[in-house]
Design a protein around this ligand. Structure first.
Ligand SMILES: [Zn+2]
Length: 443
């Protein structure tokens, strides 16, 4: 049996340290802070007692939960959910196990290398935690339809791809039926990058969705080419110099540098090291070279554990009808443990959950090709291969090939020759499951 008496006594309170701020009641001698602490302890005890209630047990047994991703975060999430008492869990992942996963994706062993992550993770947890049923699916989230997603009460994401997140976010928003409250599937999204991470609760159409916050995720760092060529200051500048400028100069344009070839990486490392010496820069190592050219940020097991724990905590609170995260918690582990929780605001012009079209002010002399480049660069749009059309004509279509060819001449035309100020452009892209409406006005 749990010893409830220890609740609230093992964590020191910051309040006690700030003794000069205490407000002591003259009659009782009890500070208002102590009173509040007593109340909190009582409430917490209430929650813990309630965990044993048949109602909560039934909730955990019947709540069907979908986990997307069975990698670093996913392994942690599956283990936590099963140990929390959830009994009906599905997991989707399209990857197979790689040797380099084994240091942190702890549900996998050497013998599992090459097998689907979802399948192995489900087998492992099912074996270890009695009574849990985990159904794996080895494939893409895009393979599944509305009927599949509608069977779940909660979706938890532990993904490293922005594209998959955008897709599931848009799917869950699209599935909302105002007449059917069960069509609302809370999406708990965890993400990590090195020592940083975030956990958030998205209530599709009700609060800020993934797309609303897209501009918070910047593109990978790139360095200006003039710095790389003339005034390097960082070890990364030397590595970029070796890979972007020196490699093609020495090896010719036809020999591409293969980032998975150890000999190529070694050449880049040695070339960068010589350059670094010349400029008195320290810190060029083989693994940094690998990291820079492959754009790798190391995955850190403890960051995954912390973020997954937070996600599962929210899943438990949502399932049991308790107050939950509203709506964004960010964490950094660079200096100790820092977390900050805030309410991320909905974006009225969000292409997925917003109701109004975005406006864009453009130079009328700009070409259509320039506009397409601009859309790729904008952090709030992040498109890969956008196709553009107005209400009456196709401006540029990436596919099918016939249409691409037919619209290609437009790329060189000036915008003022293609559209009018105040006209709407519809943008579609492989990166986005919905289309974006842009109202164009001239600068
Ligand atoms: Zn949104």
């Amino acid at each position: 049996m749990t010893d409830y008496a220890t609740v609230g006594t093992t964590t020191p309170s910051y309040g006690r340290v700030l003794s000069d701020m205490e407000d002591v009641s003259e009659e009782t001698g009890i500070t208002s802070e102590e009173q509040q602490e007593g109340q909190e302890a009582e409430e917490e005890q209430g929650v813990l007692l309630a965990l044993d209630s048949p109602q909560i047990q039934l909730t955990l047994e019947t709540c069907k939960i979908l986990v997307i991703g069975a990698g670093g975060l996913g392994c942690e999430i599956l283990k936590n959910l099963a140990l929390t008492g959830f009994k009906e869990i599905h997991v989707i992942d399209m990857d197979t196990i790689d040797l380099s996963n084994l240091n942190r994706q702890f549900l996998f062993r050497q013998k599992d290398v090459g097998r689907p992550k979802a399948t192995v993770a489900a087998e492992f947890v099912t074996q270890r935690v009695p009574g849990v049923n985990i159904v794996p699916y080895y494939g893409k989230i895009q393979d599944k339809d509305d009927e599949y997603y509608s069977q779940f009460q909660i979706v938890v994401c532990g993904l490293d791809s922005i594209e998959a997140r955008r897709w599931i976010n848009a799917k869950l928003v699209e599935m909302i039926d105002d007449d059917d409250p069960t069509s609302l599937k809370p999406l708990i999204d965890g993400g990590t990058e090195g020592f940083k991470g975030q956990a958030r609760v998205i209530l599709p159409t009700i609060n800020s969705c993934y797309e609303c916050s897209l501009d918070m995720f910047n593109k990978p760092t790139t360095f200006p080419i003039c710095t790389i060529a003339n005034t390097p200051r960082l070890p990364e500048h030397c590595i970029e110099w070796a890979s972007v400028l020196e490699w093609p100069k020495v090896h010719g344009k036809d020999v591409k540098c293969d980032n998975d070839n150890p000999e190529h990486i070694l050449w880049l490392y040695e070339t960068a090291l010589a350059r670094a010496k010349e400029f008195n820069i320290s810190g060029v190592t083989y693994s940094l070279t690998q990291g820079v050219v492959k754009n790798i940020i190391p995955a850190i097991a403890s960051t995954n554990a912390i973020i997954a724990a937070s996600c599962c905590n929210e899943a438990f609170k949502i399932a049991t009808g308790s107050p939950f995260l509203d709506n964004y918690m960010m964490y950094t582990g660079n200096d100790g443990m820092y977390t900050y929780t805030f309410q991320h605001q909905k974006k009225p012009e969000c292409p997925v959950c917003g109701k109004i079209a975005s406006s864009i002010e453009l130079d009328r002399a700009m070409t259509l090709a320039d506009l397409i480049e601009l859309l790729k660069e904008r952090p709030d749009v992040q498109l890969k291969r956008p196709s553009l059309r107005t209400a009456t004509k196709s401006l540029y279509m990436q596919a099918p090939p016939v249409l691409e060819e037919a619209t290609r001449p437009n790329l060189e035309k000036k915008l003022e020759d293609l559209i009018e100020s105040g006209e709407y452009i519809t943008v579609t892209d492989v990166a986005l499951p919905v289309s974006i409406q842009l109202k164009v006005t001239w600068e």
